[in-house]
Write a protein that binds this ligand. Structure first.
Ligand code: SF4
Length: 411
């Protein structure tokens, strides 16, 4: 089989269980967004408002879930959304300090920020309260693309935020970019990547716009008032950004993520390793591994009012069978340059299941390689992963070994 992707492998390994908190407030709704977030003005930020009740509720729920699920100690914390930095500075500080108390040994505490809500005061609060890493949702520094996508922040807002971050967060900064936005150009997004790197980003997530049904952007595209870049232009944009990132010695360690060695996101590495985590907040989900290979997944409903009334109300618990958990572990692990550790598969799912994965990898030398005890995608494999996973899914469906060496489905 061919050597693996040639990127040299990821420098960091998953560090252990994570704690995710979803902050469901945004300044305004972006045109393409179907995440669980609602527009929420700064008036909400004052004492007694929904933001304050949310912070207290989510801290309480995170603590209770950690105890009920028996997950911890947490190696990482990730505060996402929504827009966590929309919270007023005292509330933002209270949230991060509270999470720090729940995860005293955490190696990484990431907070997502949007350009329009970031200022010196909030940055100072984040630093003092213990955040170790910031993830800026810039998406692009092209005004035409930002406006067409219904983003609130302008390119000037993003540059201002990058300027503030450059002063103190160099090396602990991740920037999200999005290709496929209407009006976006390869040169414009490549320049956005250059500016992010110049501000000190050592981690860049490059996502492709997904047109979600029932969003304003999907309606505008459907009505023909907005057009999206074609496949050729999207490919060119991706290649242009990738060239900039490679030029700055960032390597692609996951399908949509690039980092310099040592700057990979530990929290997400745990997701891709199909590890364990607690998720607190509206629409958040967490998972616990079960003996025999299955998984228990607990998810909260998206309603903010319901969460504020009772943070545990309406949670659902799903038992994922060993077969489905096996496929998920492969599907997630194969997104990363590190791949899936064969011994880990064997320990969780049994030797026959590990053999099935190895045989599949041997049948797809165009996309997968086995080296250093792991099955990993080749460089080309990362680009053609979807059809490979479809074929893998069909094989697992037909041939996942049930019997001695693997447990029955569920808990
Ligand atoms: S900032 Fe993010 S979560 Fe908020 S509306 Fe825009 S895309 Fe959605």
């Amino acid at each position: 089989m061919p050597a693996s992707s040639g990127a040299g492998g990821s420098g960091r390994r998953p560090a252990g269980p994570g704690l995710y908190v979803h902050v469901p407030f945004c300044a305004a709704k972006c045109g393409y967004c179907d995440f669980a977030s609602v527009p929420s003005g700064s008036a909400d930020s004052v004492a007694g408002g929904r933001h304050e009740r949310f912070v207290d509720s989510v801290l309480r729920r995170a603590r209770d879930l950690a105890r009920e699920e028996g997950i911890g100690p947490f190696a990482t914390v990730y505060v996402g959304g929504g827009t966590p930095t929309l919270l007023a500075p005292p509330l933002l500080g209270r949230l991060i300090e509270g999470l720090r108390a729940l995860a005293p040994g955490a190696e990484e505490i990431t907070v997502e920020a949007n350009p329009e809500s970031l200022d010196r005061e909030r940055l100072a609060v984040l630093e003092v309260s213990g955040a170790t890493r910031l993830s800026l949702g810039a998406q692009s520094l092209e005004d035409a693309a930002l406006a067409a996508a219904g983003r609130r922040a302008s390119a000037a807002d993003a540059r201002k935020a990058l300027g503030l971050l450059a002063a103190r967060w160099k090396g602990a900064l991740s920037v999200d970019l999005m290709s496929g936005l209407p009006g976006g150009t390869p040169e414009g997004l490549a320049l956005s990547a250059r500016e992010a790197l110049a501000a000190g980003a050592r981690h860049v997530s490059l996502y492709e716009l997904t047109l979600e049904e029932a969003t304003p952007l999907a309606r505008a595209v459907g009505a023909g008032t907005v057009s999206l870049p074609d496949d050729g232009l999207r490919g060119e944009t991706h290649a242009a950004v990738e060239a900039v990132l490679a030029g700055a010695a960032l390597f692609r360690y996951e399908v949509s993520n690039w980092a310099s060695r040592g700057s990979e996101c530990l929290h997400n590495l745990n997701y891709w390793a199909a590890g364990e985590w607690v998720g607190a907040g509206p629409s958040a989900a967490g998972q616990k591994r079960l003996p025999g290979g299955g998984v228990r997944r607990r998810s909260a409903p998206a309603s903010i009012d319901r969460f504020l009334a009772d943070p545990a109300d309406g949670e659902t618990v799903e038992l994922v069978s060993p077969r489905d958990a096996f496929f998920e572990a492969l599907m997630l692990g194969l997104r990363t340059v590190r791949g899936v550790d064969l011994r880990g598969l064997e320990e969780r799912f049994g030797a026959p299941a590990a053999r099935l994965a190895l045989d599949f990898a041997a049948s797809r030398p165009d996309a997968l390689a086995f080296a250093g005890g792991a099955i990993a995608p080749t460089s080309r494999g990362m680009d053609i992963l979807n059809p490979v996973l479809v074929a893998l899914g069909e094989l697992v469906e037909r041939r996942f070994p049930v019997g001695p060496g693997t447990a029955a489905a569920g808990a």
